[in-house]
Design a protein around this ligand. Structure first.
Ligand SMILES: Nc1ncnc2c1ncn2[C@@H]1O[C@H](COP(=O)(O)OP(=O)(O)OP(=O)(O)O)[C@@H](O)[C@H]1O
Ligand SMILES: [Mg+2]
Length: 359
């Protein structure tokens, strides 16, 4: 805010002064800005300046532009001194049918300057854009659910209709096959419903300090047998200075299960299938990497990985990574994937560093 022309020392009033090369005053410039400006003198409780733009913004108001009404409108939460954190921060208020964005500054000698913009239109456009965005996401998710539930239900319906028509003719064995097919489809629906449930689980994670070496021992015991059965070697290399993280252990376990399942799927039929888990400390985060030497992901597909229902598997829901990302975000953690086709995939999650429990 221009208050004092120190070089010339010609300014007498905070908002008026003479430029060295002409008659134009600061007040004249301020008058023509489309930014509402008002200056208050808190010592004498006076409005000492306001420009045209400010008057236009308050159009339709019966309130006088005086010290009390202006402070009630804009400074209510701030206190009058420069102690308040609210000074210098962008705020907004509804006034008549307008939305006004404003920032108040506490200047020297007890002056307060308030800069105001009419943000009604931009806020309206923003909220429309937001609504469209949310609707697009919901439509996308609904069409995914419709598709995921629709397929098995259609298949169940067809199988049962055929069975009903031919019940008298089919052998006991064939009837069994039809019933098994129906049960398999129902299992698929159940799997989908279970995955959808994890979307809302851990909404409020219980974040605690986790010892990664303890966590990985338990985790290896959980997945080791399955991996071994499929001929997959798992290597866990933990860095000594990256032992503690802050996370919800159950949510972290679920994320890791998803990543290991994906890695294991990508290793089917590969030579020397291996999953390597490593940790590393970077600033205040611990990077936990799960790397496989599987089929990899084509560059074009990599942008889709976190989209719900994106899957390349005949029995996948495509929810694994979407859920993992959401759970990690709830724990202030992030996930990233690097992959090269026919070379392998490396998933890195960065988790806030924790502290030894007894520290
Ligand atoms: N380690 C990996 N190697 C190769 N492709 C992967 C890997 N991880 C994920 N993908 C690809 O990303 C897709 C989405 O993964 P995501 O875990 O979200 O769903 P999904 O595994 O297909 O289904 P679900 O998790 O329900 O079993 C997979 O279908 C696969 O194409
Ligand atoms: Mg998966």
């Amino acid at each position: 805010m221009v208050m004092v022309n120190q070089a010339e020392e010609k300014i007498v009033c905070p908002v008026s002064g003479t430029f060295p090369h002409g008659p134009c005053t600061y007040a004249e410039i301020l008058e023509h800005l489309d930014l509402g400006i008002i200056v208050l003198d808190t010592n004498n409780e006076e409005v000492i300046f306001h420009n045209m733009a400010f008057e236009t913004m308050l159009e339709g108001s019966d309130e006088p532009i005086d010290y009390n009404s202006i402070s009630t409108l804009f400074l209510q939460d701030m206190g009058k001194g420069n102690v308040s954190d609210a000074f210098g921060k962008a705020q907004a208020l509804h006034y008549k049918n307008k939305l006004l964005g404003y920032t108040a500054y506490f200047m020297s000698h007890g002056f307060i300057v308030i800069l105001i913009r009419d943000i009604t239109e931009s806020a309206r456009l923003e909220s429309i854009a937001e609504a469209v965005n949310a609707m697009e996401n919901i439509t996308y998710i609904f069409s995914g659910i419709r598709h995921e539930l629709g397929n098995p239900i259609n298949s169940i319906k067809m199988t049962l209709s055929v069975l009903k028509k031919n019940l008298g003719r089919y052998s006991r064995n064939t009837v069994h096959q039809y019933v098994d097919r129906t049960l398999a489809e129902i299992t698929r629906v159940e799997y989908l419903l279970k995955s959808l449930k994890s979307f809302s689980m851990f909404e409020n994670p219980s974040i605690q300090n986790i010892d990664l070496s303890e966590f990985m021992d338990l985790f290896q015991a959980l997945v080791g047998k399955d991996l071994e059965k499929n001929g997959i070697t798992i290597e866990v290399i933990l860095s000594l200075n990256a032992q503690w993280v802050r996370a919800d252990p159950r949510a972290l376990q679920q994320v890791m299960l998803n990543l290991i399942a994906n890695a294991a799927d990508s290793l089917e039929g590969r030579e020397d299938p291996t999953i390597t888990i490593t940790t590393q400390k970077k600033n205040n985060f611990i990077w936990l990497c799960v790397e496989d030497n599987g089929v990899g992901i084509p560059a074009d597909d990599q942008k889709n990985l976190f989209k719900p229902f994106y899957t390349t598997k005949s029995n996948g829901t495509g929810l694994g990574l979407a859920i993992a990302k959401k759970m990690l975000a709830k724990m202030n953690s992030r996930i990233g994937i690097e992959s090269r086709e026919e070379v392998g995939t490396k998933v890195t999650i960065s988790i806030p560093e924790g502290r030894r429990k007894d520290a």
